[in-house]
Design a protein around this ligand. Structure first.
Ligand SMILES: [Zn+2]
Ligand SMILES: [Zn+2]
Ligand SMILES: [Zn+2]
Length: 246
């Protein structure tokens, strides 16, 4: 059994947003909920593999646990800021990522325990018996989604993107997918930018014959738009700390 748990799946501001009094942020405060920026992990036989590292406290969350690898989608702060402290780990930690000249902050200058390995398009890496394939996505920075294949499941993790290139769509349509997670940061009033809106993301999800399909990378303004306009979505957003067992 493979466990996929999200520690956060919101945009870079997280929810609630500091001092924002919109209905969404106020509701999150009332319910004592937070959705931080993007970080998930796979757990198999007590071994941990991170998908993105956009949460500052990962070095504490996984303290005393071996992190077998980190697969970064890209070097925006909301996907990699956790590495700023995790790099002081006493373990060597392998981090796979798209090519990026600058990385983020001084991560490349002071690597400490992190070993960075840039991937090629569609390169496959196998960690703890789970295969990860780098899927080119279109975003404002070089960005890879990942096709993840274990003995029990085949997943696609597709964030951040404003478009999925044809070759990535072709690759994925040749796979039998169990679950797909896709960037749907914007509401439908925003048609152009660095992310998909939920209607654009829905159209892409419609192309996949997967059993489970989810939206992610939401924001407080997107949630507010949905609530105010009483939009009913074909596919739902994952919760900030949702777990999936495959
Ligand atoms: Zn708000
Ligand atoms: Zn980004
Ligand atoms: Zn992001």
């Amino acid at each position: 059994m493979l466990k996929l748990k999200f520690l956060g799946s919101a945009d870079s501001a997280g929810i609630p947003v500091h001092n924002c009094n919109c209905i969404v942020c106020e509701k999150y405060r009332e319910e004592k909920r937070v959705n931080l920026s993007t970080c998930a992990y796979l757990e198999l036989n007590k071994k941990v593999i991170l998908l993105d590292a956009g949460i500052d406290s990962i070095s504490n969350i996984f303290d005393k646990k071996r992190i077998s690898a980190v697969f970064l989608t890209h070097f925006h702060a909301d996907h990699c800021m956790g590495l700023l402290r995790l790099r002081y780990s006493k373990d060597r930690i392998n981090c796979y990522h798209p090519k990026d000249e600058y990385g983020f902050s001084d991560l490349f200058k002071h690597k400490h325990s992190i070993v960075y390995t840039p991937l090629e398009d569609f390169q496959e890496i196998i960690i703890e018996g789970i295969s990860f394939t780098a899927l080119p996505l279109k975003h404002s920075k070089n960005c890879y989604g990942y096709f993840i294949k274990s003995k029990t499941v085949q997943l696609a993790y597709l964030t951040d993107c404003f478009e999925i290139p044809q070759k990535t769509l072709e690759f994925l349509s040749s796979k039998k997918l169990d679950a797909v997670f896709i960037d749907a940061c914007y509401d439908e009033s925003i048609k152009k930018g660095n992310h998909l809106n939920y209607l654009q993301a829905t159209k892409i999800l419609d192309k996949f014959d997967a059993k489970q399909k989810y939206l992610m990378h939401t924001s407080h303004t997107t949630k507010e738009y949905i609530e105010k306009n009483k939009i009913s979505l074909k596919y739902r957003y994952i919760k900030g700390n949702e777990s999936f067992l495959f």
